[in-house]
Design a protein around this ligand. Structure first.
Ligand code: VG1
Ligand code: CO
Length: 543
């Protein structure tokens, strides 16, 4: 093998965000951009020589080209073996599963998740550690530092390899194994979830729709739901991964998965509806006539996870990201287990999972997962729901309503202001931060501020402190508003405003969310002067 050392100069913008380095495809296509970032990762990984590396992506535009580059660079950097999904495909949860199962040193996950794809869309590269989870900030900061000073990268001068067939090939001294992207993942699901019970449920006439949104979960959902569990053909729709996701946002929320929402709210609604995102780590759950908020879904799964074989012994604890509603906290209190509150982003759950402090975790952004891997897992959440439905033999909407009756309902909504100019968005946050000491006791839209802070997280396992993770404002009326800037956007800034209000009384559990939250929305807008500072009179997306 001929290894070439190519001189290069740094790019100044290779700092990973909430979930890896995410940029426009046009940025990634600049000469040496991909190579610089991958070399910086390889320079930061300890013990690469002879080790196993996993490579896979969500199949979006540019995936195929970056995979070939990554393989040749892995060979030139001394890795012993690369496991790569057939056609370059691996969902994010499957990549995490493969890393753990095959004791890899880590993995490159090529994805921009729920962001749109195509030549004008987004691309991303993320490194996951040997535990299968996203690299912690100490690692991503080291990569950024390295990328800011890089002078050369190494690449094997070899032809592209054929990723269409399962099998082994050599690139120099390194072995490349092209693996079935679904097999290891499906085997893990079968150990955690009662497949027989779900198969019996489908045999009894239960119907569902799974919308893969033209993204990576199509092959997984078809193999597991239609293949192993016997759901009727056609249960999975939009099941062929497309490089541009059919021109849509592969984001499973009521706005971008509107077809599923319409079906589930119409006269022909099946018993259960679900969707996943670009890279397969998110899940959306829709009961007939009722969208289940991800925060409620986490709480309900926490209540009933013990009904699935993988969780029969009960849960060690649960965690949620700070902006996620407090519904799971109430279930944890009832179960007598701890509930941790972490910053946004899956990387913060890994330590808690590794230390055995939690079994389940989730985020308001449609992410739910468990200790089975170190990523959130869309299809797993759907299978756990199906397992619960099969055991309880109750309609999904009834399970949700009974949950509210027992624990109260957290009305919840998120307002996103996308593609803001960066400077005014930062100014909005800075001004809000400066105002915090004066807010307690003040009234806005009939609500009184009880407490407020800028969320800082101290990791209970390694003691690391992560400051400035979002501003939270708690109102006396059991309502909350949280403000933070997105770390996954690729143009300008995105302001996320998370709004919620707790309603204990069952007689008030069937009100329109927008109506219940109107005062909280108004208070949040007033406190942060959103309209004045952004020039927007309404959010770009409401979920
Ligand atoms: C968003 C979500 C966050 C999620 C992250 C990655 O981050 O809010 O909860 O973990 O995306 O999800 P941000 O910084 O834009 O709010 V995925 O499915 O893109 O890997
Ligand atoms: Co995702």
């Amino acid at each position: 093998m001929v290894t070439t050392r190519i001189p290069t100069t740094p790019f100044s913008d290779q700092r990973p965000g909430t979930s890896g380095l995410r940029k426009k495809v046009t940025v990634f296509r600049q000469p040496r951009y991909v190579e610089n970032f991958i070399q910086s990762i390889f320079d930061t990984v300890e013990g690469a020589a002879g080790a196993t590396l996993v490579i896979g992506g969500d199949g979006r535009f540019f995936n195929d080209s970056v995979i070939q580059t990554a393989i040749k660079m892995a060979a030139a950097n001394g890795f012993g073996r690369v496991l790569v999904g057939q056609k370059g495909l691996l969902s994010t949860p499957a990549a995490s599963c493969v890393i753990r199962k095959h004791k890899a040193i880590g993995g490159l996950v090529l994805s921009a998740s729920h962001n749109p794809g195509g030549p004008d869309g987004d691309f991303g590269i993320k490194f996951n550690m040997s535990h299968g989870g996203p690299a912690p900030e100490s690692f991503t900061e080291a990569v950024f530092k390295r990328a800011s000073a890089i002078t050369e990268y190494r690449i094997a001068d070899e032809p592209d390899i054929d990723l269409s067939r399962i099998g082994q090939v050599k690139v120099g001294d390194m072995t490349v194994e092209v693996i079935d992207p679904v097999a290891d993942y499906a085997e893990l699901m079968e150990r955690l979830i009662d497949f027989d019970k779900i198969a019996a449920l489908f045999r009894s006439g239960f119907r569902m729709r799974f919308d893969a949104l033209n993204a990576i979960t199509g092959p997984y959902a078809k193999a597991i739901l239609e293949g192993r569990l016997g759901a009727p053909a056609g249960t999975v729709v939009n099941g062929e991964p497309k490089p541009d996701f059919g021109g849509h946002h592969p984001d499973p929320n009521p706005v971008h998965a509107h077809d599923l929402m319409e079906l589930m709210h119409g006269p022909d609604a099946p018993d259960f509806g679900a969707a996943s995102d670009g890279d397969g780590d998110r899940n959306m759950i829709v009961a007939p006539g009722l969208f289940v908020t991800p925060s409620d879904s986490l709480a309900i799964l926490t209540s009933y996870a013990h009904l699935a074989p993988g969780y029969a012994k009960g849960l060690a604890g649960v965690a949620r990201s700070m902006p996620t509603s407090r519904a799971a906290d109430r279930v944890a209190a009832k179960l007598g287990i701890s509930c941790f509150e972490t910053p946004t982003g899956w990387k913060f759950f890994a330590n808690l999972l590794d230390a055995g402090l939690i079994t389940l975790c989730g985020e308001e952004s449609a992410g739910t997962g468990s200790n089975h891997i170190r990523e959130k897992d869309g299809l797993w959440a759907v299978l756990l729901w199906l397992n619960i439905l099969a055991v309880l033999e109750k309609p999904a909407d009834r399970i949700v309503r009974e949950h509210w009756a027992a624990f109260g309902r957290d009305y919840y909504t998120r307002h996103d202001y996308e593609e803001l100019e960066t400077a005014p968005a930062n100014a909005l946050m800075d001004t809000l931060r400066a105002k915090l000491p004066t807010l307690p006791g003040q009234r806005f839209a009939g609500l009184t501020v009880q407490a407020c802070d800028d969320f800082a997280y101290t990791d209970p396992v390694d003691g690391s402190v992560t400051p400035k993770q979002g501003i939270r404002i708690l109102f006396k009326e059991d309502a909350r508003a949280v403000f933070r800037l997105s770390g996954t956007g690729t143009s300008g800034a995105t302001l996320r405003v998370y709004l919620e209000r707790f309603e204990p009384s069952a007689s008030r559990h069937d009100l329109p969310t927008a109506e219940v939250l109107a005062p909280v929305v108004q208070a949040a807008n007033e406190i942060a002067d959103i309209a004045g500072r952004t020039g927007r009179d309404k959010p770009s997306v409401v979920t």
